[in-house]
Design a protein around this ligand. Structure first.
Ligand code: NAI
Ligand SMILES: C[N+](C)(C)CC(=O)CC(=O)[O-]
Length: 337
């Protein structure tokens, strides 16, 4: 077992490797929770982009409550990967979703990080078994799959690969909880984990409807935000459908609607993501954005998530007594169980 040199709730220094949309979001989250964060990203403009992302996220983070001592000033951008992880007590990898790159990067991180320190990948779909093949100590490599933006959406799915030590998965789950996340620890690897597997089914149908001219991008988005999405923020799809069975609950729902719900399973096919569909999706999203910039949409999304968290009783949350003004001060969101 990679005996981590640090208890999950005593971590103070986190390294984030890859600082784009998700790596930057992780940086913002860890800073807001009071950690010292060291980031590394090979892109020449990475530091500027990262600091811009953190600055844009900070007002939302102030709204939901910062840990004592939290500050963007506690971010250091390292010149090399080795420097970034040299002193880390936890490493979050968020490099591009390319299997070969992940394999080699995780091996480099394993070689450079202090012995025993847990290294998590943000991958949105690769099983850790396929990514840990080149590492000398694959036992300490786990998946920690976040949701965009990681500084507001509580969920992290944690799962190991065939060579991951069970204790590493357990340590990572405890660490994310201490860092204010809501954790699902998976016993076994599933492509897409749980939430993306569900999202993939929805996404396939959305693309299919656009490809076939059956619905516009706006209609698809409205159908969720004005419909099931309102329920899903606080009650999942299974319990929601149990209520479709009235007093008979899920049993009646399945007896009543089961046969009619089953027939589509056999007729649904994957669409071809060709240039025509790509253009239709890009144009449809531009139209749905209605002239709003990405920065405006990010601010709108962040406020929307905060409003939903607050409306559903997940904000504000009591802080626990922080003795060191750091990670022991739990998040104001996400881990109410
Ligand atoms: N964008 C999303 O909504 C989500 C993405 N993810 C996962 O997060 C990871 C990162 O995705 P994004 O942030 O969206 O991509 P991105 O393209 O925004 O950022 C990737 C960053 O990695 C950097 N990079 C390139 N080569 C690198 C290397 N060898 N080592 C370290 N960094 C390197 C790039 O310069 C870039 O800044 C992927 O594994 C993705 O599947 C997970 C959940 C949601
Ligand atoms: C688009 N994506 C598949 C990378 C999204 C995710 O992995 C999770 C999310 O943020 O919905």
């Amino acid at each position: 077992m990679p005996s981590s040199p640090c208890a999950p709730d005593h971590v103070r220094r986190v390294a984030c490797v890859g600082a784009g949309v998700i790596g930057g979001g992780w940086v913002a989250h860890f800073l807001a929770r009071g950690y010292d964060v060291t980031a590394w990203d090979p892109a020449p403009d990475a530091e500027e982009k990262l600091r811009r992302l953190v600055a844009a996220a900070w007002p939302a983070l102030e709204q939901i409550g910062l840990a004592d001592g939290a500050s963007p000033d506690r971010l250091t951008v390292a010149a090399t990967l080795a420097e970034a992880v040299a002193d880390a007590q936890f490493v979050q990898e968020s490099a591009p979703e390319k299997l070969e790159l992940k394999r080699s990067l995780l091996a480099q991180l394993d070689a450079a990080a202090p012995p025993g320190v847990i290294i998590a990948s943000s991958t949105s779909g690769y099983p850790m078994t396929d990514m840990q093949t080149e590492a000398a100590d694959p036992g300490r490599l786990v998946v920690g799959h976040p949701f965009n933006p990681p500084y507001l959406i509580p969920l992290v799915e944690v799962v190991g690969g065939k060579q991951t030590d069970a204790a590493a998965v357990e340590w990572a789950s405890h660490f994310y909880e201490a860092a204010g996340k809501s954790v699902i620890t998976m016993e076994r690897e599933l492509p897409g984990f749980i939430a993306n597997r569900l999202q993939e089914a929805l996404w396939r149908e959305a693309l299919h409807m656009v490809a076939n001219g059956e619905a516009t991008v706006k209609e698809i988005d409205d159908s969720i935000t004005e419909g099931p999405g309102l329920r899903w923020a606080f009650m999942g799809p299974c319990l929601t459908f149990a209520l479709a069975g009235g007093e008979g609950g899920m049993a009646h729902m399945l007896d009543h609607f089961g046969p009619s719900l089953k027939s589509p399973w056999t007729r649904l096919e994957a669409p071809e993501l060709d240039d025509t569909l790509r253009t239709a999706m890009v144009d449809g999203c531009d139209e749905a954005a209605g002239g709003r910039t990405i920065a405006q949409l990010v601010a709108e999304r962040d406020q929307g998530v905060i409003d939903v968290l607050r409306a559903t009783g997940r904000l504000p949350r009591q802080r626990t007594e922080g003795t060191d003004g750091n990670a022991s001060t739990t998040s104001s969101m996400g881990d109410e169980k």
